[in-house]
Design a protein around this ligand. Sequence first.
Ligand SMILES: NC(=O)c1ccc[n+]([C@@H]2O[C@H](COP(=O)([O-])OP(=O)(O)OC[C@H]3O[C@@H](n4cnc5c(N)ncnc54)[C@H](O)[C@@H]3O)[C@@H](O)[C@H]2O)c1
Length: 266
Amino acid sequence: MTENPAMPTMLNPEWEERIVPERFAGQTVIVTGAGAGIGLATTSRILREGGRVIAVDLNTDGLGDLYREFSESLVLVTADLTDPDAIPDILSAADNRVDALVNNAGVMDNFAPLHEVTDETWQRVFAVNVDGMMRLTRAVIPLMLDAGHGSVVNLTSEAGLRGSAAGVAYTASKHAVVGLTVSSAFMYATQGIRFNAVAPGGVATGIKLPADMSESGAVRLGAVNANMPGLAQAAHLAASITFLASKDSVNINGAILPSDGGWSAV
Ligand SMILES: NC(=O)c1ccc[n+]([C@@H]2O[C@H](COP(=O)([O-])OP(=O)(O)OC[C@H]3O[C@@H](n4cnc5c(N)ncnc54)[C@H](O)[C@@H]3O)[C@@H](O)[C@H]2O)c1
């Protein structure tokens, strides 16, 4: 327990990352939202496990230290995933070879319930969390079909599992991620491409909340979210994501994996 009851408990603080040497050797992995938080931790782990990473973000400054260490195997692509014109640049950075795709970039909403949500909030959240994910994956699938293999890991959320973790826009977008994942898992199941999703609970990252938070939504969600067992580290999520991205998850397709310290079991 933390000493300050207002501070969330940190889950599993004693845990240490165990690198699986060469798990991604010879593989190219695209990670979106790689500049911070969960995407940065995932990029770091894949590099240290021998993979080549195409790291995509609006802002790639946070990847500077990794780039100095892994300049041979890290390609930085500064791009806005809501821009369809960004897709060819990402594919060409990957030399049109993609063994795994981690669709991690995402943005939060302002907790607004449906009668309060604005078109701006709805469109901003869907543009990144759903449209950007769909477009990049659509472009990558033909490469994976040609290669006869591929693993796609999508970031959903606790909000993709139930209705009480965020506002309507984020909740609907993360349920859409579940739909993208299971439809694709079914459609490509016999062609060597696997689609899975990770549903984080609370994670200690710098993910931003908008300035215009809904008071009614925050009050309603606050009561339920007090059940959250605690906050995970970004590296905890990287452990779940890299498992699904790697061939260790060879027989797993269409899974929505809660990585939340048990929050979804409440
Ligand atoms: N942090 C949490 O508690 C939590 C909980 C559940 C789900 N998630 C999900 O996990 C994923 C990662 O979250 P995080 O906490 O690491 O967030 P973060 O804000 O720390 O990092 C997300 C990264 O995505 C990038 N990004 C955002 N929009 C982009 C765009 N249009 N084009 C390119 N890059 C863009 C940002 O610049 C940022 O570097 C998101 O999909 C989020 O919804 C996070």
